[in-house]
Write a protein that binds this ligand. Structure first.
Ligand SMILES: Nc1nc2c(c(=O)[nH]1)N[C@H]1C(S)=C(S)[C@@H](COP(=O)(O)O)O[C@H]1N2
Ligand SMILES: [Mo]
Length: 204
């Protein structure tokens, strides 16, 4: 049997429940807060934006794995430019449809090439991977990146996010060994492989 890779997928706000399906017609991304020009975008608008880019980059999970993929989306810097944050609004709070949130320092997002991604390896994001849009911070621990993103709020104050309460106050990647998933590698074993694995483990 092929060795199984740990399945890297996290959705704090839904835990053991299946990830809820999101209706693309109902969806919008709101970019607001302390800005001169708030924006509200539909998924069609995002997917057809004039500033779409493709990048192959890696994110890291603090739980010991990383995932590299080809991502398509619009740089957060582009939306910051359009929304025109007011003087002093140096942080961005990102919130998912289910209420997961984290706040990042705006210059760090801009300098790090943070992306609002709609596609992974040429396909729209799956529900598990954060459909319809995910905020990605590359080369960083990804608890700051928010899947199923629905709001970016420009704010003046940092607000600790979900993982800070577990003690993860620093999202810089540490030099520990970890499981690296590369572009195009299979990440989700098909159900029959998973079932076979359960049988193997239940022998113990
Ligand atoms: N909405 C939401 N986004 C989230 C999370 C979450 O629990 N909910 N977990 C974060 C963490 S800790 C990681 S490592 C990545 C996992 O992304 P993946 O499930 O595509 O591997 O999503 C990030 N974004
Ligand atoms: Mo994570």
């Amino acid at each position: 049997m092929k060795p199984l890779k740990k399945i890297p997928m996290f959705f704090h706000e839904v835990r053991t429940r299946p990830v809820p399906a999101i209706d693309r017609a109902q969806y919008s991304l709101v970019i607001a807060g302390d800005v001169q020009a708030p924006l509200q975008l539909t998924l069609d608008e995002l997917e057809n934006d004039s500033a779409i880019v493709d990048v192959t980059r890696r994110f890291y999970c603090v739980n010991g794995w990383s995932l590299e993929a080809r991502w398509r989306g619009v740089l957060l810097s582009e939306f910051a430019r359009r929304a025109k944050p007011l003087e002093g609004a140096r942080f961005v709070t990102a919130t998912s449809i289910g209420g997961y949130e984290d706040t990042s320092y705006l210059p760090e997002l801009i300098n790090g090439g943070a992306l609002l991604a709609t596609h992974m390896n040429g396909e729209p994001l799956s529900a598990e991977r954060g459909f319809p849009v995910r905020l990605l911070l590359f080369d960083r621990y990804q608890f700051r990146g928010v899947k199923a993103l629905t709001r970016l709020q420009f704010v003046r104050r940092y607000r600790p996010g979900a993982w800070v309460q577990y003690g993860y106050t620093d999202s810089r990647v540490q030099g520990y060994p970890h499981l690296a998933i590369d572009t195009g590698e299979e990440m989700m074993p098909p159900p029959d492989v998973l079932e076979a694995a359960v049988d193997v483990f239940s022998d113990f």
